[in-house]
Design a protein around this ligand. Sequence first.
Ligand SMILES: Nc1nc2c(ncn2[C@@H]2O[C@H](COP(=O)(O)OP(=O)(O)OP(=O)(O)O)[C@@H](O)[C@H]2O)c(=O)[nH]1
Ligand SMILES: [Mg+2]
Length: 297
Amino acid sequence: MDWKLLSQRVKSGETAAIARAISLVENNLPGCQALLESLETHPIPVVGITGPPGAGKSSIVNELAAYWLNQNLKVAVIAVDPSSPFNFGALLGDRLRMAGLFTHPNLFIRSLSSRGSLGGLSSGILETIDIFKHAGFDRIIVETVGVGQSEVEIAGVADTTVVVTVPESGDEVQTLKSGVMEIADVFVVNKADREGASRFASHLKERARENEAHETKVIETIAIKGKGIDLLSQAISDHHQQLENNPRRYILLAEKLGRIIAKRRMADFHAEKQAEILRQIANKPGFNLYVYANQFS
Ligand SMILES: Nc1nc2c(ncn2[C@@H]2O[C@H](COP(=O)(O)OP(=O)(O)OP(=O)(O)O)[C@@H](O)[C@H]2O)c(=O)[nH]1
Ligand SMILES: [Mg+2]
């Protein structure tokens, strides 16, 4: 397909064209580079939602999407699933279908598998976000399960990172994984219908105040009842507004540039092919991986 035409069709918001463009960049097909170079990437808020398995991330994504759709905003959702590319789609789909939103013309949902990428995040995520920006979405949500490195990585992709936690026990406060406090722009204590939620929330608020790097809001939600979603939406908007004059924006942009360069440089690197070569040479006396690596730079 002619990439110029495709780019125009994406810009006018055509669903089929958006889907086509995403698979083009995901699979690095011919025309992909030209398409990427044609994108007009407006500064649209990218909201990362991360947190432990089962914390209620998808439920929150559903409610936020519904909330924004009701305000006549166009919403794109990317789900990065480390285990299965199907899980999320099914779960999110069910709820949205129930709410009558799944086929809403202003909503686009895309599930990306994180398999095959080194960190936790899918390798096509930056490009997919930019395609959504070009297509004129007003809000872009990225859901990722907070396992491995993905939650720290999400902070490099999202303008606003929302960390979803649940009031399982008082100990949870202490066991928040290191680094999580630093990446959270907004904390959500979901399942606030459970006992101990407000105690847990005030613990978090205290911890958030101790963090001198930046202030983190703590919002209590009951996602299954849609409670607290308005406050969460407000906290996200507030954070995004602060970002406008924040030098962190350019740090994010520089990180993104780094990812683009790294991806280009790694394009010809195939781990399996290298494993085969290394099997032949790595046990030879004097083999040195640093010397071997020189041929790639
Ligand atoms: N009691 C209660 N249950 C909730 C709430 N929000 C979500 N749940 C339930 O918690 C379970 C997990 O919710 P999900 O939204 O799938 O959580 P998730 O974080 O997306 O899960 P993964 O994507 O599998 O990591 C579901 O059974 C939800 O119905 C809440 O506010 N209160
Ligand atoms: Mg989920």
